[in-house]
Design a protein around this ligand. Structure first.
Ligand code: ADP
Ligand code: MG
Length: 342
């Protein structure tokens, strides 16, 4: 288990860092921290790893306070973006290296390294040198090396961002498989929201050094707590509106919309959001929140099509598997409309 309590850190002569971070990764859980470039992800990972020391707050591993321990004393497996393998050592030598540092005898460390290489499907490559491997294979060696001493947790900093798209996809699946197989508590950081939703048991969103939301992927997507989270995770339509009562809002171009009961005050200006796939094209005529519209543009996305629709001066994007020739009306189901403060 990893726990961060009120972690505060900024770089010298700068206000940039991470602010009041509280976060828990349960034993065996896979947590992904996602955020834009520069949001503080690597800083956070380095605070957990022990490369940086927080100015305030505590880092706990399995309930032990490790805040003042060095990286080596924390017993963590770490995988970084650029694999940093030893080029003069074979795959076996690289994977066995952390055990060598710990003083494990050669016979034993080779036995354990071979076992891990077998588990991650690299046993045939043990005599290869890193320069003879593909990027994906090198990163698997780095993961094997991080797991060989049975770490208390595995930390990964954008491990696949140097790989091309197709390799990245298969490495994600492989990492998920390895993580489940070993049951190792894992914290990975990425700027890629698709990767985060796919891999994380939970996903935490970081923006400018602050955690905005920490939820299961499905909840993060369907119940974002703020406009910032909704903007960062997935595609979204936003519509400005004013609250009429607890179940109705007034919009400029879509008229009055029914919404699920909320606690905003009457007259308050709010921002409504609805996902592109939640909007219904050409609905039956007696449906709630039915609005006339004009199809402006269609984009082919493969399995899905994206339709740009104009309602007055408001553009909505609608995604669906079907491609109707004409879209004359859309419906915005109340349960899919979320309201945020403006
Ligand atoms: P991310 O990994 O999310 O891209 P980082 O944690 O690397 O973000 O950086 C967060 C912020 O801290 C950025 O604005 C970056 O410029 C700044 N930063 C990173 N390292 C240092 C450093 N050693 N000294 C000063 N500022 C830094
Ligand atoms: Mg980074």
């Amino acid at each position: 288990m990893i726990a961060l309590e009120n972690i505060q850190f900024h770089y010298p002569h700068s206000s940039v860092g991470v602010h009041d971070i509280n976060l828990q990764v349960e034993t065996g859980e896979f947590l992904v921290v996602v955020g834009a470039s520069g949001s503080g992800k690597s800083t956070l990972l380095q605070l957990i790893a022990g490369f940086l020391t927080p100015l305030q707050g505590r880092v706990l591993l399995d309930h032990q306070d490790v805040t003042q321990l060095s990286c080596g004393e924390r017993g963590l497996g770490i995988v970084l973006q650029d694999y940093v393998l030893f080029n003069h050592m074979t795959v076996l030598g690289n994977v066995a290296y952390p055990l060598k540092v710990k003083g494990v005898r050669q016979v034993e460390r080779h036995r354990r390294a071979r076992k891990i290489l077998h588990d991650v499907g690299l046993e045939a490559l043990e005599h290869y040198y890193p320069s003879q491997l593909s990027g994906g294979q090198q990163q698997r060696v780095a993961i094997a090396r991080a797991l060989v001493f049975e770490p208390r947790a595995l930390l990964l900093d954008e491990p696949f961002s140097a790989l091309d798209a197709s390799r990245r996809e298969s490495m994600r699946q492989e990492l998920k498989h390895i993580q489940r197989q070993f049951g190792v508590t894992t914290l990975m950081i990425t700027h890629d929201q698709e990767e985060a939703l796919m891999l994380g048991d939970h996903v935490a969103v970081l923006e400018q050094g602050e955690l905005l939301q920490h939820s299961a992927p499905h909840q993060l997507y369907t119940q974002p707590v703020s406009e910032a989270v909704a903007r960062f995770i997935g595609r979204t339509n936003f519509i400005d509106a004013q609250v009429i009562n607890s179940q109705r809002i007034q919009t400029a171009d879509l008229g009055i919309l029914e919404v699920t009961p909320h606690a905003f005050t009457v007259g308050q200006t709010v921002r409504a959001m609805i996902r592109p796939e939640a909007i219904i094209a050409n609905p039956v005529s007696d449906i709630v929140n039915r609005v006339p519209t004009t199809l402006v543009e269609r984009q082919f996305l493969g399995a899905q099509q994206r339709h740009y629709l104009l309602c007055g001066t408001t553009t909505l994007s609608l995604e669906s598997a079907s491609t109707p020739d004409h879209i004359t009306h859309v419906a915005l189901p109340p349960t899919h409309i979320h309201l945020f403060n403006r």
